[in-house]
Each structure stands twice: as structure tokens, then as C-alpha cells.
Design a protein around this ligand. Structure first.
Ligand SMILES: [Zn+2]
Length: 722
């Protein structure tokens, strides 16, 4: 995944920031020149190679004053641009906006990196203190009408300004983002917009709090250990602890995860317990008590439709997708509805295989949703027999990195890598590599931070410490963060196949950042729409199993022997396991998201359950055994997080990644020539033009969903359901 940039303070972030954060009252910011003592390491650009952060000199106390001074500096810069007497030109308005906020960029990038990967209570307090100030900072830029009028004057005359393609794209981007933030509204509408934004931010917070309480209250409490048959001793101990923390000593609690389906279902032998757990999950936020989220959802859906209307869009989905690659809700919805028949057919086949197993065991019941994971695991064991402990000895992390990830980047893009021990790091676990281009010239720094720590939050991500920009003369400094289990001292660092794939994934984002070759910071590297950003990363995953790459890194850590062919075959086969289920539950949730946010303001309040039921039925994805991955009432991505009308984006990027991989298949596979073409046409280009056009120019046509269907095993003949 790409990290959610909480506080990566580039102009990029300002422009792509959630509209909700942009439109609160503003005037509280102290104006005037930045004042930061020269002893603060962020006061001046780093003198290290690539302007790498001087981690050996940065102290926790340096961040907040630097961020605040950086905001003051940028506001002063923006005010100066806005106050000019001369008519707006690209050179006196857009370029200085691009150059603005350098101190803020410097400290923001490092602060974002550290609070994600090496945080502590002091830094968490700084985060809390800074968040509202940063929201005000964004307002001060976007609600500056003089600034907007200059941008608008350029936008209106852009065809006559002699701009090159990248400059033209940049002018359009600035204009669009000001407008999307409400810059064009009259005062009355701005006031209404601010009120809606404020209400929305309150409602989404309320939703998150209620859902958290509902999740906690929804735990299944069990008195008799027999009901937990199938649980390991460790599972039972965890369930006893969970009950204890709820002041129910002597009982057992199965706690709820965010998703509809619960991991505990895999091992629970007792069918009645499984059913209880399933109902606790799906009904968690619908008990009509204080944790019921449905009234909030009803209001949020209408509120978002009203806000979209105010900004000139028929509904919220249209507003959201307007600056995404998909462009319209119809395009995103078509991708999904086109996949429904294949996904549900495959899922029915998977259900049939499980039913056969149930029948064979002489059990007399019809497969229900609470049985799915339990029997899927039995089928998986029987059909694939994949044992991680057999695979790991062939996946030593440094071999995966240097002989796999780096090797693939060399074969594709001509890059070479050399470790540097002289660049300061924020934790001794981190390795730094200098990256050289095909002609031997030095082009980037790459930091690898792979081991799990208590100071690191979960997941895996990539980000920039320094962004590439021709205008600023900066070369990229990027990092990857993962959460692999660190080996005990003296033990080999063996990782799982999933971990190895994650390394290729995150390095795909890193390549997108490192191979960027654009002029303006806003359009650089990974600053692309949400439905495009996972394309380079998912695309890079394919090379992990490319035979010549795989053979180069998957060697036994002791003997150097290649992985046995039978084991390789198993890894390949297991890729399509249970994909009917995974695709169907994802599509159901993503289609629900899109349907909720396609409602116009005139549709009024909806009955949450009736709307959900009708939507799934109308879209033919109401498969009883495979409920949505999130039901409406606990869909945190869309009601509590930033993915409203955006849950489809994962799938959209996945279509691109498989389709682009098939282009390679059709054109001779992994060659330098093909890699160079992908680099020139996609990876180096940031968001310097319309993403759909960029893709079409690379592929020679619009993306096709067929490769994804094939890769997910959705094109196989599905056995008829019984
Ligand atoms: Zn990613």
C-alpha cells in the first residue's frame, strides 16, 4: 500500500488534501517571516548527499518549531504572490507557488517518515498539536481569493500562454483543486460549505467512535470451552485474556475484526459458535443502541450529496471521481459489474467444492456464510498442501533484496545499487543504497527499513524524504517500510513468500518515485490519482515470480540450491485459491460504496438495510454465502475514513497492473527495451498528463479486464453448483 500521508507537507499534499480539511474558518495564523534558530537542523537545506536528512542531528524538539516556522514561511510566500500588481503569468504565480514551502517540505517529509516508522509519545503529541494548525494552513492558501483569481486568470487564457504540456497540466491542476475546495463559490455558499464540512467531520468522527465501541461490544462471549473446539492453546489463552479485560474472568471472548468474515472461523469446529460469531459481526452496529451507526450514515449520504451539488456535481461519486483516472462513477461501476458474473460463478464453484466435502463427511447441512472460511481451509490443505516452513529457507531477505528486487530493476531499467554506510539513519536496522542509472550516473537514494519494531505502525509503505523535481534541482530520496519479523541474533533472516511479494510491491512504489523525471514538484513521482497509485507497485510484484528473477534469488540459504520445481509449482497454483470468494466480497462492498455515493440530494434519507439489500440484488451480487466484505453499517473506509466513492480504486489499479504485465508477455517479456518503454511512458512521468491517456499511449488501447480475470482464476470453467 501507499501510506496515508498524514503530514507530508508538500504542495502535492495541499492540493490533494481532503476538501473537508480545507474549508474551516481561517485567520488564526500568525503572519510574518519564518524565524527558526540556525541551530535547528531544518533551518537550512541539508548539506548531505541528495539533501538526505541529517538524522544524526535531528532531535524530537526540533520538529514542532520547524513545522510552525515552515507554515509561516509558506503563507508569507503565498501572500507575496497574491499581492503582486503585475498581471498573473505562469512565471510570477505558478512557479513561485511550486517553489514555496521549502522548509515545510523538508521537515514535513521527515516528520511523516519518523512518526510512521519510529515514533514515541513526544512525537505523537506534536502530531496532535500540529494537525489543526495544518488544516488552517491549507485553508489560508485555498481560501485566498486573490491567489485564486490569479490562478483562474491563467487557467482561462492557458491556450494562449505558450505553455508546454507539463505546464498546461499544472495550471489545470491548480485551478481544479482550488475549485474543488470551493474557491469559486459566493460567500453564502462558502458559508454553507464550511457548515457541511464541519458537520461531516463531526459525523465521521462519531461514526468511528461508535464503530469502535460496537466492535468491542460485539465480541462473542463463551462460557464453555467446548464451544471453542478447534482453537489452539494460544487462541484459547488469548480469548481468556480478552474476557478478563472485559471483567468477565473465567469466560472466553472472541473479539471482532473490521471485516464481515472473522479469522477465528477458520479453526472453530463448533458450527453453532461460528453462526453466533457471524451474526455478532454482521449485526454489530445495528442493535438500535448507542452504538448503532445507521442514523449517521443516513445523514452522511444526504450531506455529501448536498455538498457535491453545491460544488456543481450531481452526486458525491461524480465529484470524487472527477479528478481520478476512472473519471466517472459509471466507468468504475462498469468495471465492477462486468466482473460480477465471473466472480460469483467462481465463488459458486468454490462453494460446491466445500459442499462436496461436507457431504462426504456425512454432515447434513447446506454451506452457510459462517462455514465458508472453515471449509475453505480444509479444501486448501487438501488441494494445495502449501507449507510455509518448506519455502522460507529459500527466501533469505538480503538475497531477495539484492538478487531479486534490485536484480529485476536492473534487468528492466538498467539500475545498479551500492550500499552506503555514511548516510545517517533513524534506526540501526535501516540500510541505505545509492542508485545509479543505466549510464552509471548517480540518481537516487533508497532506504530499506524492513523489520518490525514497537515504534512502527503496522503495514508496509513507501514515501519520499526528498522528491524529484527539475525545477528545484532535487533528486529523489525514497524509503520502503515493512513489518517483517526480525530474526533472533545469529539466525538467518528468512521471510515468507508473502513478505517477498511485499518487498517487490513497495519497491514498485519506490521505482515510481526514483525514476520520476518531471519539472514540477506537484506532478512528480507518486503524486498521482488514488486509482492509479497502486499500479506501478502491483505491476512490480509480477517480477517476483518471473523465472529468471526467481531463479536468481530463491536459493537455499545454506546450500545455495535452487527451490525445487514442485514447490515453485505449489506457490503458483495457490495464487488463485479462494479468489471467487475474495473477488465477490470485495465487489459487493465496492459496489455498495459507489451506490451510496451516487445518490442525488433529492433521493433523501434511505433506509440503510433496505438500500443495501436492494443494491446487492439489483447488481446481482447478493450471494447468500458471500456477504460484502464490509456491510454498510460498519464500512469504516467510506463513513469514517477517506475512501468514500473510492473503494473501487484497488481493483482499478489491479486491472492496469495485470494488463500492463500482459503487454510485456505479448512483446517478448522482461527485456531492457521493454522496461525502458515502461519507464519512459509511465514510471518517469508522475501525473504530467491525463492518466487514461498516459496508459492508452503505453498499451496501445484502453485497459482490458481480461488479464485480471485470468490471473485471479476467474476464467476457469466453474463446476456447476449443486
Ligand atoms: Zn501499495
Amino acid at each position: 500500500m501507499m501510506r496515508t500521508k498524514l503530514l507530508t507537507m508538500t504542495m502535492n499534499m495541499v492540493l490533494f488534501g481532503a476538501a473537508g480539511a480545507l474549508l474551516q474558518p481561517t485567520d488564526a495564523l500568525a503572519k510574518g517571516a519564518a524565524t527558526l534558530p540556525a541551530s535547528n537542523p531544518f533551518a537550512a537545506p541539508s548539506t548531505l548527499p541528495f539533501h538526505a536528512p541529517p538524522f544524526d542531528k535531528i532531535k524530537d524538539a526540533d520538529y514542532q518549531p520547524a513545522i510552525e516556522a515552515g507554515m509561516r514561511e509558506q503563507i508569507a510566500e503565498m501572500d507575496k504572490i497574491a499581492a503582486q500588481k503585475d498581471a498573473a503569468t505562469f512565471a510570477n504565480t505558478i512557479e513561485p507557488m511550486e517553489r514555496s514551502g521549502q522548509m515545510l517540505n523538508r521537515v514535513g517529509a521527515v516528520f511523516g517518515a519518523i512518526t510512521g516508522a519510529n515514533t514515541n509519545p513526544t512525537l505523537q503529541k506534536v502530531q496532535e498539536a500540529i494537525a489543526p494548525k495544518y488544516a488552517e494552513h491549507q485553508d489560508a492558501i485555498f481560501l485566498n481569493d486573490k491567489l485564486f483569481q490569479r490562478v483562474k486568470a491563467l487557467y482561462d487564457t492557458r491556450a494562449t500562454l505558450g505553455l508546454d504540456a507539463e505546464q498546461n497540466e499544472l495550471v489545470e491542476r491548480y485551478y481544479r483543486n482550488f475549485v474543488r475546495a470551493g474557491a469559486q463559490l459566493n460567500e453564502a455558499d462558502k458559508t454553507r460549505l464550511r457548515a457541511l464540512n464541519k458537520e461531516e467531520s463531526t459525523l465521521t468522527t462519531d461514526f468511528s467512535n461508535k464503530l469502535l465501541a460496537a466492535n468491542n461490544a460485539g465480541a462473542v462471549i463463551v462460557s464453555d470451552k467446548a464451544e471453542l473446539a478447534g482453537f489452539s492453546d494460544a487462541d484459547i489463552a488469548a480469548a481468556a485474556d480478552a474476557a478478563k479485560s472485559r471483567k468477565m474472568d473465567g469466560k472466553y471472548a472472541i473479539t471482532l475484526q473490521n471485516t464481515t468474515q472473522q479469522p477465528a472461523q477458520v479453526s472453530l469446529e463448533n458450527r453453532a459458535t461460528r453462526e453466533k460469531l457471524f451474526k455478532a459481526s454482521t449485526e454489530r452496529a445495528e442493535h438500535g443502541d448507542a452504538n448503532d451507526t445507521r442514523a449517521i450514515i443516513q445523514r452522511l449520504a444526504v450531506l455529501r450529496a448536498e455538498r457535491a451539488k453545491l460544488l456543481g456535481f450531481p452526486n458525491y461519486a461524480t465529484y470524487t471521481l472527477d479528478d481520478q483516472m476512472a473519471k466517472t462513477p459509471e466507468a468504475a461501476e462498469k468495471l465492477m459489474t462486468d466482473m460480477v458474473p465471473a466472480a460469483t460463478a467462481k465463488a459458486r464453484g468454490e462453494a460446491a467444492a466445500m459442499q462436496a466435502l461436507i457431504d462426504k463427511n456425512g454432515e447434513k447441512f447446506k454451506l452457510a456464510p459462517w462455514d465458508w472460511q472453515h471449509y475453505a481451509e480444509k479444501v486448501r490443505k487438501a488441494q494445495y498442501d502449501l507449507d510455509e516452513s518448506q519455502i522460507k529457507p529459500y527466501l533469505e531477505i538480503n538475497r531477495v533484496l539484492e538478487d531479486g528486487v534490485f536484480f529485476a530493476a536492473n534487468q528492466m531499467y538498467g539500475l545498479t545499487f551500492k550500499e552506503r554506510k555514511d548516510i545517517p539513519v533513524y534506526n540501526p536496522d535501516i540500510r541505505v543504497f545509492e542508485v545509479f542509472d543505466k549510464d552509471g550516473s548517480s540518481m537516487a537514494l533508497f532506504y530499506a527499513d524492513y523489520w518490525k519494531r514497537d515504534s512502527k505502525r503496522g503495514g508496509a509503505w513507501m514515501d519520499n524524504l526528498v522528491g524529484q523535481s527539475g525545477l528545484m534541482g532535487t533528486k529523489p530520496v525514497v524509503f520502503n517500510v515493512c513489518n517483517f519479523t526480525k530474526p533472533a541474533a545469529g539466525q538467518p533472516a528468512l521471510i515468507s513468500w508473502d513478505d517477498a511479494t511485499t518487498m517487490f510491491h513497495e519497491f514498485g512504489h519506490a521505482l515510481h518515485g526514483m525514476l520520476s523525471n518531471v519539472k514540477y514538484p506537484t506532478l512528480s513521482g507518486t503524486g498521482v490519482p488514488r486509482d492509479f497509485v497502486e499500479f506501478p507497485s502491483q505491476f512490480n510484484e509480477h517480477w517476483a515470480s518471473e523465472p529468471k528473477v526467481f531463479a536468481n534469488f530463491a536459493k537455499h540459504y545454506k546450500t545455495g540450491e535452487p527451490m525445487p520445481a514442485a514447490l515453485v509449482e505449489k506457490i503458483k497454483k495457490a495464487k488463485t485459491f479462494d479468489q471467487g470468494f475474495a473477488t465477490t466480497e470485495y465487489l459487493a462492498a465496492a459496489l455498495l460504496d459507489m451506490s451510496w455515493h451516487s445518490l442525488g440530494v433529492d433521493a433523501g434519507k434511505q433506509d440503510v438495510d433496505a438500500f443495501e439489500k436492494k443494491t446487492l440484488h439489483d447488481l446481482k451480487i447478493d450471494m447468500a454465502e458471500v456477504p460484502p466484505r464490509y456491510r454498510t453499517s460498519y464500512f469504516a473506509h467510506i463513513w469514517g475514513g477517506g475512501y468514500a466513492a473510492g473503494y473501487y480504486a484497488y481493483l482499478w489499479s489491479e486491472v492496469l497492473d495485470h494488463d500492463a504485465f500482459y503487454w510485456f508477455r505479448e512483446h517478448g517479456g522482461m527485456t531492457r527495451e521493454n522496461g525502458q518503454r515502461f519507464r519512459d511512458m509511465i514510471l518517469s512521468r508522475g501525473s504530467t498528463e491525463d492518466m487514461a491517456k498516459m496508459y492508452r499511449d503505453f498499451r496501445g488501447r484502453d485497459p482490458s479486464v481480461e488479464p485480471l480475470l485470468e490471473q485471479r482464476g476467474l476464467k476457469e470453467e466453474a463446476p456447476a453448483a449443486k
